[in-house]
Write a protein of this length. Structure first.
Length: 150
């Protein structure tokens, strides 16, 4: 009984992550006993995995900026925004491309203008938020925590 409610909870979390289409990706035969690693319940797309990598990198960069450390390069490839495979290929539309390019611009400006790193970092996070408000609301609460408050 306990295992079953845990399963339901994990299922709910996975479905909430981004969009409802995820449901079709869940393996229906997954036995309840194999719950230890919830991430195995669905195959994360290349784009979702890349986004998770960017998320972790920005947590680190936020700390670096707060510590007054200079960020000299990005630990991920910005070009993946235009090459990684999506869960739903329809997401790669004009809206996505516009915001991906704005995001890229702020990231580059952050590296090129160390004295204004915090400003451009926050602009970049705002671009994550603007795209996610339309494309993928699930991770918004996490992304908003990346903002550096003045
Ligand atoms: C141009 C639009 C856009 C930008 C900019 C963007 N994202 Fe995303 N993000 C998406 C889309 C679309 C997905 C879903 C990808 C998929 O499922 O294939 C996604 C997925 C994610 C996920 C995984 C959600 C899940 O569980 O499936 C996280 C976490 C995430 N983004 C964080 C970020 C962070 C942090 C930034 C900025 C540093 C960012 N995103 C910038 C559009 C964007």
């Amino acid at each position: 009984m306990k295992a079953k409610s845990l399963y339901t909870l994990l299922l709910l979390l996975v479905l909430m992550a981004c969009k409802k289409e995820r449901q079709s990706e869940l393996k229906p035969q997954t036995p309840v006993a194999e719950e230890k690693e919830p991430m195995q319940m669905y195959q994360m797309s290349e784009m979702a995995a890349y986004m998770e990598q960017m998320y972790a990198a920005h947590q680190q960069m936020k700390q670096q900026i707060l510590d007054g450390e200079e960020i000299t390069k990005l630990s991920f490839d910005l070009e993946n925004l235009h090459s990684a495979a999506f869960t739903d290929p329809k997401d790669y539309d004009a809206f996505f491309k516009t915001w991906a390019d704005r995001f890229k611009q702020y990231e580059v400006q952050m590296i090129e203008n160390p004295e204004q790193a915090q400003h451009y970092y926050n602009q970049a996070i705002q671009a994550c938020i603007s795209c996610h408000e339309v494309k993928c609301a699930g991770p918004l609460p996490r992304i908003k925590k990346l903002i550096i408050k003045p």
